[in-house]
Design a protein around this ligand. Sequence first.
Ligand code: CFM
Ligand code: HCA
Length: 528
Amino acid sequence: MNVRNIVLDKYSAKVYKNRKEHIMELTEETKEQPIAANSRTVPGIITNRGCCYAGCKGVVLGPLKDVLVLTHGPIGCGFYSWGTRRNKAKTEDGRNFIEYCFSTDLQEPDIVFGGEKKLRQAIKEAVEIFKPKCIMICSTCPVGLIGDDIHAVATETEQLYGISCMAFSCEGYKGVSQSGGHHIANNTIMKKIIGTNDTPPKNKYSVNLLGEYNIGGDGWEVERIMKRIGYDVISVFTGDGSFEAIKNSHMANLNLVQCHRSINYIAEMMKTKYGVDWIKVNFIGIKSTIQSLRDMAAYFGDKELAERTEEVIDDELANIAEEKEYYYSKLKGKTAALYVGGSRSHHYQLLLSDFGVSTVLAGYEFAHRDDYEGREVIPTIKEDADSKNIEHLNVEKDDKKYHAYLTDEQYEMLKSKIPLEDYTGMIRHMENGSIIVDDLNQFETDEFLKLLKPDIFFSGIKDKYSLQKSGVLARQLHSYDYSGPYSGFRGSVNFARDITMGLYTPAWGFVTPPWKNRSTLKASLAGG
Ligand code: CFM
Ligand code: HCA
């Protein structure tokens, strides 16, 4: 049965033409074919994607606990990005700004007459009440449309109050998803924060953890393991992160990249500017954690560090052995579907496979082709990369170094030179017969659910309700449904426990969804 075609055939010719490039049924042949990604959603389709502001303010800047992040715009955007992502942070100096929602709360008259006056007033109040060392101003859609000069206000703020102030033109409508917002945040962090303090590291095993946002405490669990081994974690971008620590991050010997999608730009720019190497790590999954710790030790090439790494791995494994075995026996043979932003759909497949769960469908909201296809491809650090579809490659293969801005054609040519087993993206870890969908929409979610019948569907807040009402267990992989951490060794058994509880309490199977016995139109006319 070609599941992909059954779903695609339900579309009109126009939508079919677009969506067929984004959906792949894996076979030996299709494995090497490109998948369309990072392009505009067909208007009218119910996508799960977010916006540029979400990627900049919500994802990368929001977790910085010692920064007062001020949303310049109507209140909705600031409010919706307040606390929902579960990026935890502990205060170090008695203040933790992530508990607050700061916004200029623009109203109609500000849209008509300009919002800069209100922005200046909000900054004045923020400085007087909270005395922050750093303010970051983030624009939402209307600000870009009316043309408020937030960058001029930021410069003025620095002169007036003697604090750091940065402006981010991350209006929601920019680009096709959250992805553009990551890029905007990364560029300014690089330009204005990294490299502004030169405190030497505590030891030679100094690292930064990039793309770890401490959702449900994941970053704390990773730091715990790394500290046990003896690493000096200089900064984390940006989970439980701090402006003060990031100033010093260029002093580290190695950058560890957990979520490549949201932060590869910084890893690459730090390599170019400060010569800090980076390696890809993944602390989601038992085998992945072990592999990452070994890769780190291998990078430093130190016998003592390698031995200490093995000791810690053995001890951590012994501590979870009993639970691991129990949950494996409960979960073995189950199937899952995963649909998250730009890296978890890959990472969590590896954790699921530790417990014998196989993935029948996986997709990303806003990943780029390299996140699917892998290869050692680093998207360009040029600002206009997304719009011009130019890729920046940094590939070393057969003693040759490819490092250039490439057109799509050149990219295809280079791709053929790299064997599939060297690819690092999601596709490499997926089995033939499984489905990959980029920018999965509500219609496709419902259709694939009927055809593939996974035991569990991992997704987000927007799509989980229809999944549950269809009788399928749904877990939010963005926020962990108020649970976590899921990283490292201990996290893996937390995860297995949560899904075992869900699967063995199949309450949603007893629900009759409203669309089965009620006409939506009739119900709404009757006020029901
Ligand atoms: Fe990276 Fe993330 Fe993700 Fe992401 Fe996100 Fe997130 Fe995500 Mo939600 S940074 S790409 S923009 S791992 S917020 S912590 S869960 S979509 S898969
Ligand atoms: C975002 C944040 C989000 C949303 C989650 C969801 C998160 O992209 O704006 O849709 O359930 O992880 O909080 O991805």
